[in-house]
Structure formats: structure tokens, C-alpha cells
Design a protein around this ligand. Structure first.
Ligand code: CP
Length: 310
């Protein structure tokens, strides 16, 4: 049996594979809009999803994706499973590989996903960890492609990230390294992204740059994006972060410095009035609802690609 392909980071797939997934997602989206929902790629098969953190979009979009591919989703609160009672992940991996066709996981510790993948005969898909959120950025890139020049146009874009250097920025850094687009980011002092991910991306792509000023980072950007100031798991730092992130809000003044026709993205959920104003979310520049929808389409294409046809 061939080694399974996983999607834990953007580096698990080649640029060609990522572009093919995006292209396929666009086709699936178009067909679905014309009423062609059901396919049989996963017919008779199941996918298990583990969650140790809250979710709305990821859970619903993956469940719909699996069902629209003809399969069945088994959703497990990780705390209800033996995973959190210390069963060796190598055992869990070998058992799950005999039941289901893929594992989708939202969890704090990405090292545990890597360990599960190492021992699995089925694909492991990262549905958010403290380090990365690759399914989200894949959906974001489909949105960029739709608005700004197609999949081949992604490498021509200048993406601006404002805010916290956590899982979303880490993933944008890896996406910029793989796709070659410019990434201008501005994080408050003390909130830079993972040092290893950042330096590797900067070594591979000189157009990945940090700016001390959000306005400077946004200058000329074709895409402006942000996330909540206190990501999941950091809620107890909320008051401190509200102080530390003063001046890092995406608002009309900041968008005015971006390129004409710039697109605003936010992975959601948002805290309007904090990291972004309602005015920007509701503006014509905002693609946040398409971005949320695109999670469904990219995840269908990803499942089709990673799970071998029977
Ligand atoms: N953007 C995102 O992952 O949303 P959920 O946390 O609702 O899944």
C-alpha cells in the first residue's frame, strides 16, 4: 500500500499539488452552484474528525464536504476518546487506519498530529493547531484567486497581515514561501510568529517582511487580513492583548493605504470593533463570507486528492 499523503502543513504538498487542489475546488464550487452536489468519491467510506477546541466553520464545512462526497463523518470530542487518557498514538493510528479513510483533527499540539500521521495508513488533515491552520489559508487562497487573477495570479499578490503572530500568520508565512507571493506583516512587540517558520520563509522568499507600523505593512497590499487579538487558548490574556494591540486594528484608514481594489479577509469568528471595524467587514472590499464558504470547496477537493479512489 502506498504511503498516505497528509496535510498538516503547506509543505506537505508541492506547489503543483496545491494549485491542482485549488483548481479542483473551483470546479466543485461551480458544479455545486449549478445543483450538482453529490459525488461518490467517499461512497461507503467514513472520515473521523477529532476536536479538542471549539469550532463552527471547520466542523460544519468538513461534515458537509464528507457528506457531499458520499461519505460519513464521525465527529468525536477528543475528551470523550481514549486519546486524552494516554493511549499511545501509534495504537490509535493503527486502529483508525482499519476503520476510516481519513482523520481530520483540531487540537492544540501539532506534534501529536505528526505522530499520528507517522503511524497511519490513512491521510491526517490539520483542522487547526496552535501552530498552523492550513485548511483555512487554502480557503483564503481560493478566495484570493477568485477575486484577483485566478490560481496563477496568487504569486503576483501582496498579502498584508496585521495582528497576532499565531497559527494563521505562521500558515501565511509557509504559503508565501511555497507560492512566492509577497507577505508584509505587522505584529505588536512580543507577538511575532514562530521564529523557525518566519526565518525559513524569509530565507526562501525575500518578499516576506515584518514592518513595525501596520500602515506601512498595508501600503500597496492587494489583500489585507487579520484575526482576533486573543486566539483560541489565549483568552486569559485578553485584557493585556487589548492594550498591546492598540493601533493594530484594520479600519477604513488602514484599508485606504492598500492597493485600489484590495480585498479584506478574516478567517472568522471576528470581534468587530477590536481587530477590525464593522465598516470594513461590511464593505465591498470584504470577502469574508466567500472565504468562509470556500472552506467547504477546498476541503472537498483536498479529500478527493488525499483519499485514494477505490
Ligand atoms: N475559521 C475557523 O476555523 O472557524 P471555526 O473556528 O468556527 O472552525
Amino acid at each position: 500500500m502506498p504511503e498516505p499523503k497528509h496535510f498538516i502543513t503547506f509543505r506537505d504538498l508541492s506547489l503543483g499539488e496545491l494549485k491542482a487542489v485549488l483548481g479542483r475546488a473551483a470546479v466543485l464550487k461551480d458544479e455545486r452552484a449549478r445543483g450538482a452536489y453529490r459525488r461518490d468519491h467517499l461512497a461507503g467510506r467514513s472520515v473521523v474528525m477529532f476536536f479538542s477546541k471549539n469550532s463552527t466553520r471547520t466542523r460544519v464545512s468538513f461534515e458537509c464536504a464528507i457528506s457531499e462526497l458520499g461519505g460519513r463523518a464521525i465527529v468525536i470530542n477528543m475528551g470523550d476518546s481514549q486519546w486524552t487518557r494516554g493511549e499511545p498514538l501509534s495504537h490509535t493510528a493503527r486502529v483508525l487506519s482499519r476503520y476510516v479513510s481519513a482523520v481530520v483533527i483540531r487540537h492544540t499540539k501539532e506534534a501529536e498530529l505528526a505522530e499520528l500521521a507517522r503511524c497511519s495508513r490513512i491521510p491526517v488533515i490539520n483542522a487547526l493547531t496552535d501552530e498552523r491552520h492550513p485548511c483555512q489559508v487554502l480557503g483564503d487562497l481560493l478566495t484570493v484567486a477568485e477575486r484577483l487573477g485566478g490560481v496563477e495570479g496568487i504569486r503576483e499578490q501582496t498579502v498584508c497581515w496585521i495582528g497576532d503572530g499565531a497559527n494563521m500568520l505562521n500558515t501565511w508565512l509557509e504559503a508565501a514561501a511555497v507560492f512566492g507571493f509577497a507577505l508584509r506583516f505587522s505584529c505588536p512587540p512580543g507577538y511575532l510568529p514562530d521564529g523557525g517558520i518566519m526565518s525559513r520563509a524569509q530565507a526562501e522568499n525575500p518578499a516576506v517582511r515584518h514592518f513595525g507600523s501596520p500602515a506601512e505593512a498595508a501600503r500597496g497590499a492587494t489583500v489585507v487580513t487579520t484575526d482576533v487579538f486573543a486566539s483560541m487558548g489565549f483568552e486569559n490574556e485578553r485584557e493585556r492583548r487589548l492594550r498591546d494591540f492598540r493601533g493594530y486594528q484594520v479600519n477604513a484608514a488602514l484599508m485606504a493605504g492598500a492597493a485600489p481594489g484590495a480585498v479584506f479577509l478574516h478567517c472568522l469568528p471576528a470581534h468587530p470593533g477590536e481587530e477590525v471595524t464593522d465598516e470594513v467587514i461590511e464593505s465591498p472590499a470584504s470577502a469574508v463570507w466567500d472565504e468562509a464558504e470556500n472552506r467547504l470547496h477546498v476541503q472537498k477537493a483536498l479529500l478527493e486528492y488525499l483519499v485514494p479512489a477505490l
